[in-house]
Design a protein around this ligand. Structure first.
Ligand code: ADP
Ligand code: NA
Length: 329
């Protein structure tokens, strides 16, 4: 009934780690290569839910744009834009907020997690899952690529779409989630393989960032926590540390895990770490070169965002006209 459309957002945070790249950006590039209808938003309004520094935010928006382009996102094939440039997001957020309840939002795990040590909780932090639902629904999105940590947030978007449709008439498709087909879809912290690699981890040695230099990558991988077995074998449950390194290695070399393990026969995990570090560095180098190339051309980046914003604005405005009409506005 509704044509297939994929929407995803990424916050303009300073540095992206390999987990974000593998779990999100690389998937978008794949969808772009499959000629899917993809809309990608740099969700700057979401970055304001916690106290922020305006200068850093505007810098981060440009850096994220350069990063996405450097990773292979083609602005002629996907709609790439800045969320705050398109008014439909906040307008639809209000409309959906009026059919949602405080109780529903209070139960969402990310809110509980982020607000647990706060004395005064910003209203935006509480409301942001609705903004996220609006991001998705404003484009009549049918598919949303997500990590498993975000499934409940998408359920809110699905519920709001259903509620809106049943009260005001069929307007929104119920968005489905697409989970990644990657073999090792979730990278783990290098310091504690029981946790996922995350930018919120206070220890920078727990992750590999896209902008890390040679020394950082080698140091962090050398220090990666493994176990007391010296062979290189793949066993994500029993040996999460070394399996995580194999996952990273497999991703950057596009080699199947079995081939990697065969090639690593006879070397120990200490030696293997150097092989992985080498592979990661050679993989990142051209990406880093492209990112710095784009970063030198601020006008081009702004132009990419402006053109993307126009396209996103047209699509969402058409949908908002329908929404307003449904609501009697
Ligand atoms: P972080 O935990 O670093 O703050 P986010 O929660 O902001 O990352 O997620 C941004 C995107 O990156 C999401 O699509 C998420 O699924 C993906 N992602 C985050 N961490 C990982 C990871 N360790 N492995 C794979 N994908 C990840
Ligand atoms: Na996070």
């Amino acid at each position: 009934q509704y044509p297939k459309r994929i929407f995803s957002g990424i916050q303009p945070t300073g540095s992206i780690h390999l987990g974000n790249y593998l779990g999100a950006i690389a998937q978008w590039v794949k969808l772009q290569e499959q000629n899917e209808d993809v809309i990608l938003s740099i969700v700057d309004l979401h970055s304001m839910t916690l106290p922020h520094e305006p200068k850093i935010l505007s810098r981060n928006i440009l850096e994220m744009t350069a990063t996405l382009l450097g990773c292979g996102i083609d602005p002629d094939r996907v709609v790439l834009f800045q969320q705050s440039a398109v008014p439909a997001h906040t307008e639809l957020c209000w409309c959906l907020g009026c059919i949602s309840t405080m109780a529903r939002l209070a139960h969402l795990p990310q809110y509980k997690e982020k607000s647990k040590d706060m004395k005064d909780i910003p209203l935006g932090l509480f409301v942001y899952p609705i903004l996220q639902a609006a991001d998705i629904l404003a484009y009549k999105t049918t598919h949303v690529p997500v990590g498993e940590d975000q499934v409940q947030q998408i359920q809110l978007a699905q519920d709001l779409a259903r509620m809106f449709n049943s009260r005001f008439g069929d307007t929104f498709p119920i968005p489905h989630t697409i989970t990644t087909g990657a073999e090792y879809a979730r990278l783990r912290s290098l310091r504690d393989p029981s946790k996922k690699m995350s930018k919120s981890d206070p220890d920078p040695k727990s992750r590999i960032c896209l902008t890390d230099n040679f020394d950082d990558v080698v140091r962090n991988i050398k220090k990666a926590v493994t176990d007391f077995t010296s062979e290189v074998t793949y066993d994500p449950e029993g040996r999460p540390g070394v399996s995580n390194l194999i996952g990273i290695h497999s991703f950057v070399t596009k080699k199947p895990v079995e081939d990697i393990c065969k090639e690593a026969e006879g070397i120990n995990t200490g030696q293997y770490k150097l092989v992985v570090a080498e592979a990661v560095v050679s993989y990142l180098r051209p990406i880093q070169d492209r990112i710095s190339y784009y970063l030198k051309d601020e006008r081009y980046l702004l132009d990419v965002l402006r053109r993307g914003g126009e396209k996103a604005g047209e699509i969402s405005e058409r949908n908002m006209e329908e929404v307003r009409c449904r609501l009697g506005l």
